[in-house]
Write a protein that binds this ligand. Sequence first.
Ligand SMILES: Cc1cc2nc3c(=O)[nH]c(=O)nc-3n(C[C@H](O)[C@H](O)[C@H](O)COP(=O)(O)O)c2cc1C
Length: 446
Amino acid sequence: MSRKRQIKFGIGLQQGGNWRAPDVRADASVSIDAYIESARIGEEAKFDFGFIADSAYITRDSTDHFLSRLEPLSALSAISVATERIGLVGTFTTSYSEPFTTARQLASLDKISGGRAGWNAVTSALEGVARNHGHDRLHDHALRYRIAREYIEVAKGLWDSWEDDAFPRDKATGAYVDRDKMHTLDHVGEFFKVQGPLNMERSPQGRPVVFQAGASEAGRDLAAAHADAVFSDFAESGDLERGKQLYADLKRRVQDYGRSADELLIFPSIKPVLGDTEDEARDRYRQIVESTDIDYAVKYLSRYFSFFDFGQFPLDEPLPDLGEIGNNSFRSTAEHYKRIARERRLTLRQLALIAAAPSDAFVGTPLQIADKLQLFFEERAVDGFIVLNASHRNLREFTAKVVPILQDRGLFRADYEHDTLRGHLGLPFPVNRYARARQETSPEAA
Ligand SMILES: Cc1cc2nc3c(=O)[nH]c(=O)nc-3n(C[C@H](O)[C@H](O)[C@H](O)COP(=O)(O)O)c2cc1C
């Protein structure tokens, strides 16, 4: 009998955007205690994973908390020893780093955390990231995705360097390792030349879980070929039909690659605003929007366009057509903002506030929010949500008031049922390619 499909939840581990709020630590972006507290809130609520976003470029125009923030792998390693069950997903670029290093780091995190590591594989969308890594300009969007594909293939190959039972470490017999279960990748591709093997045994999940966060054509195609999960930001707009289209498209593409539709999970991010009554929620929402500094909001928006100078436009007149701007940056997000600006004839102020403040799509009482999450889930626009919020108090409010409603409805589990992130997400354990090849050539050896 197949189990009832259930909602999955991730929690944003970073705070700091609203550093002056009374319940946010001013130094939250560099406080490991603040990250750990977010992770514990998620773990107490039995969330599947915590998530850390990242990029490797800042400018004077970056918003405050981006100017100094913890590097994800270091933070996740520390969080892993302060938690037990929650998955730990970090953002690592495929454009300006080496797959051997990333594969080794993530396999180590998987080992340290007992099988909870995840990788948000991003292609980097800010021009300056290239300038910090020996290049004058960012690779074109299409090239970034070609590199990403080969990068992830190499990482997966390296994660199979050792068969699962290669290290018996038996003191009685003196058998430390079976070197016949070590495999050299010998990869020679368009962008990478990697011999292997990895100097890290097969990690508890076999391979850490791969997330992908681009929604352009090339992004979707990469996700369908190689990812276990996709982050998207469509739900921010509350557009159920758009969500259903993206969901159906990704599930179709994944099957075109010969994979099962269940092997790719779709997670939009949401920033819910709750109130005990609808009026209270609307009031809170209004206060958040009204207290959002407009300079901050314009800078926040401009980052999606690789820090395009929006200051040249008047704040309170409809934005002119932005043409190609943003196409080589956060393309699908930039396209979304350009489209809504055009369709709704938004001013710069309006668009910047939409980008920087939570959307009005998830504002309401706990019951209203739970109903909406259920609707998105049952209409197959999502498999789960990443809940982002600047304050621990707001995150706690969500886990204390909304999650129990979903649990009562049988839509979210009441306790962890597995130890690994793959287990939480219901993803299959990836069979080691060399063990499988051996089994196929001599089945009796299995
Ligand atoms: C929800 C979400 C989260 C993302 N997180 C990051 C991130 O942490 N770091 C980063 O460099 N890019 C991040 N991205 C950007 C994407 O990885 C990608 O580079 C960008 O969306 C452009 O690709 P696309 O045109 O395929 O959408 C994120 C995108 C989305 C939608």
